[in-house]
Design a binder for this molecule. Structure first.
Ligand code: KG4
Ligand code: ZN
Length: 337
């Protein structure tokens, strides 16, 4: 079995996966959403302190499995430096004490592997990754070859949901709240710009849309003056613009990539409105849509553990003294290393 740890942002999570069967034997996640919601976003120092309490608490429950462990795996990039450190310190200590190998996991590859929890992996695969930190289309050729085909030039999809929710005084995380409100809204009431609509660029940009939402909030007299209907209509119009943007750019990639399997992963992939739009697009292009179960869309150690199984089988181990912490800010490469 492998014990896996995830602490890249505001979820403390540990999983035990069985190597031979790929089964998720144990999985627990303590989310910090409530503690961060008063600030309308994640406060890194607070997140780090909460991980320092939650991770040891979960680890205690996994003690019965210690004797069966063959490796420890941990998210080491990308994420918040000081929260990654909490998981990595624990992982290094366990690997040294139990004298078993350590596996470093790239968080975004973990999201991709959320598709394969308790399943065989598939490739080649095209993946739209929409999370709080990233918005990318990735071509997965195989375990060692994952290339970013399109990325956001500024905010991510999840982040823009969070920021718009904050502007309307809706709480954190904004994604699920905005999606829920949008169900009762008129998506055509506000004319919001679809980002990069007339640009040939195959890239994403969400900061302009966020500013357009800010202006609408101002015109409506600020969040305090907005009615629930205003908030629903603005949520729906915002969500529609995001959908049109994602679909427009994805179409361009679909037209040139003949990979038949397509997947959406990451926290925002839980959004049913976006899922439905992609189901239509996949039908149109003859692609098969793959989605992770809802509970594994947002950050979790189960996906880290699933990736770790494939890494273990390839003996991709790292010396505990050499594991690097790469924060989101430091990451630029077009390849998922
Ligand atoms: O993947 P994730 O848990 O963390 C990162 O790796 O960043 O994604 C969290 C993000 C948050 O920004 C949250 O608002 C967004 O996913 N999210 C959603 C929905 N559920 C979560 N965005 C849109 N619609 C949703 N239903
Ligand atoms: Zn994530």
């Amino acid at each position: 079995m492998i014990l896996s740890i995830e602490s890249s942002c505001d979820d403390s999570s540990i999983a035990i996966t069985q190597i031979s069967t790929k089964k998720l034997i144990y999985h627990k996640k303590i989310s910090q959403e409530e503690q961060h919601s008063v600030y309308g976003g994640v406060v890194p120092e607070l997140a780090s302190r909460l991980h320092a309490v939650a991770l040891p608490e979960i680890l205690k429950e996994t003690k019965p499995y210690f004797k069966d462990l063959k490796a420890i795996s941990v998210t080491n990039q990308p994420g918040l430096g000081i929260t990654l450190l909490e998981g990595i310190t624990m992982a290094k200590t366990l690997a040294v004490l139990l004298d078993i190998p350590l596996i470093a996991v790239h968080h975004l590859k973990g999201h991709i592997y959320s598709l394969f929890i308790e399943k065989e992996s598939i490739s080649p695969l095209l993946v739209l990754l929409i999370s709080g930190g990233h918005t990318q289309i990735i071509r997965v050729k195989d375990f060692d070859n994952m290339e970013i085909l399109a990325t956001s030039m500024d905010d991510s999809v999840g982040e823009s949901f969070d920021k718009c929710a904050k502007m309307m005084g809706l709480g954190y995380p904004g994604g699920p709240i905005v999606e829920q409100l949008a169900k009762d809204g008129d998506e055509d009431r506000f004319d919001l710009p679809v980002p990069l609509r007339n640009s040939p660029l195959i890239a994403f940009s969400l900061s302009g849309l966020k500013n357009a939402v800010r202006l609408k909030v101002e015109v409506l007299g600020g969040k305090e003056a907005m009615t629930t209907q205003d908030k629903s209509d603005l949520s729906a119009s915002f969500q529609k613009a995001i959908k049109l943007h994602l679909i427009q750019k994805s179409k361009k990639i679909f037209a040139r990539e003949d990979i038949k399997d397509f997947a959406i992963v990451g926290g925002a992939s839980a959004n049913k409105y976006i899922r439905d739009a992609y189901q239509k697009l996949c039908d149109e292009f003859g692609k098969k849509l793959h989605l992770a179960p809802l509970q594994y869309c947002s950050d979790n150690a189960g996906m880290i553990g699933r990736y770790a199984i494939d890494a273990y089988q390839r003996e991709r181990f790292i010396d505990p003294n050499e594991i690097d912490i790469v924060s989101t800010k430091k990451q630029k490469s077009g390849m998922l290393l």
